[in-house]
Design a protein around this ligand. Structure first.
Ligand SMILES: C[S@@+](CC[C@H](N)C(=O)[O-])C[C@H]1O[C@@H](n2cnc3c(N)ncnc32)[C@H](O)[C@@H]1O
Length: 320
């Protein structure tokens, strides 16, 4: 409840209720409309490379890169936070054969996700749930994924603490996160961001993949596509969707830094080679090895500030 006045503390539950209601009602309307809209589907295909009813900034090349970096084990258990209508959770599950649980605060989104999942998909579970109230058993998931969702939580530290708790000891979080341009005025925006600060405070080790360039390209493309499709949105009587997506553009998110944070629950348990591999450019990145049409992402990761020597855990690391 960071910025709240002391005199307002007693109203905590009320503020939480209002905030949650606001987010829920916006996203309920957004997903209900977007799912039915042909022009929004076209928008998603042109901007993200596929219509997954996306509402973040993650296009197909970033999604595939996530799958490549994460190297999830077959039959592993994955949690996706803020999964919307669940298409990306389904894609991840199909590609990796992991059991995937998707949660979202929008009941409309989860209803749509469930309706699809029930018609044949076995490895998918969808639940309406608030990230700030995660109540899964401790040490349950191999990975927790958050795609452009953690901006909505009131208490980021509480959310990250809960995410860490439900991860298996050798588990990882994969967090796509925007960082305000002012944060990067000095240097090291990833570690100076609210997320970087919380991870350091919780002594969680992380690496980052810089997606700032891809982010700028995303927003330029988004504007171009929206302007091109404006008439179709009008004809469909769906200016709510057009205005929503254009308003996001007007927030100047294209100026933000963007990172994928790869967070280890306990570095001493590290068993997967992916983080090490990813320290170097991937062979497919170097010489035109990417599939046609996909944008290449530099996979060189850098250590976050919390990797610096800090207590017993870091001593263990240096001994290895
Ligand atoms: C920007 S959208 C991103 C959706 C999806 N991950 C994507 O990339 O298209 C944020 C999502 O987080 C969900 N959300 C917001 N606050 C939440 C919370 N406290 N708990 C669970 N989901 C939440 C919203 O309903 C929405 O689906």
């Amino acid at each position: 409840m960071g910025n709240r006045l002391e005199s307002e503390e007693g109203l905590g539950e009320f503020f939480d209720y209002v905030r949650t209601e606001k987010i829920q009602s916006f996203y309920n309307e957004y997903y209900a409309r977007a799912q039915k809209s042909r022009v929004h589907s076209e928008f998603c295909r042109l901007v993200y490379g596929h219509d997954f009813c996306q509402h973040g900034m993650l296009d197909m090349s970033q999604l595939d890169k996530l799958i490549e970096v994460a190297q999830l084990r077959q039959n592993g258990l994955v949690l996706e936070l803020g999964c919307g209508t669940g298409f990306m959770a389904e894609y991840i599950s199909d590609k990796t054969q992991c059991q995937t649980v998707g949660i979202d605060i929008s009941s409309a989104a989860i209803a749509l996700a469930r309706a699809r999942a029930q018609s044949g998909k076995k490895k998918l579970i969808f639940e309406t749930k608030d990230i700030e109230k995660l109540d899964y058993p401790e040490r349950h998931f191999d990975a927790v994924i958050s795609i452009d969702t953690l901006y909505f939580v009131e208490d980021l530290e509480n959310a990250i603490r809960r995410m860490a708790k439900i991860l298996k000891p050798d588990g990882f979080m994969y967090i796509f996160y925007h960082v305000h341009p002012d944060v990067g005025r000095g240097s090291d925006p990833a570690s100076r961001s609210p997320l970087g600060v919380v991870l350091a405070r919780l002594r969680l080790t992380y690496r980052t993949l810089d997606l700032t360039k891809e982010n700028r390209e995303h927003w330029e493309l988004r504007r171009e596509v929206l302007l091109k499709l404006k008439k179709k949105f009008e004809e469909e009587d769906n200016m709510f969707l057009y205005n929503t997506r254009m308003d996001e553009y007007m927030q100047n998110f294209g100026e933000y830094h963007r990172f994928l944070y790869i967070v280890e629950k306990d570095p001493s348990m590290q068993r997967r080679s992916h983080s090490r591999r990813a320290m170097e450019p991937h062979p497919a990145e170097g010489d035109g090895g990417s599939p046609p049409g996909s944008r290449r992402i530099d996979l060189r990761l850098r250590y976050g500030r919390s990797m610096r020597p800090m207590g017993p855990r870091s001593r263990r690391r240096t001994q290895r």
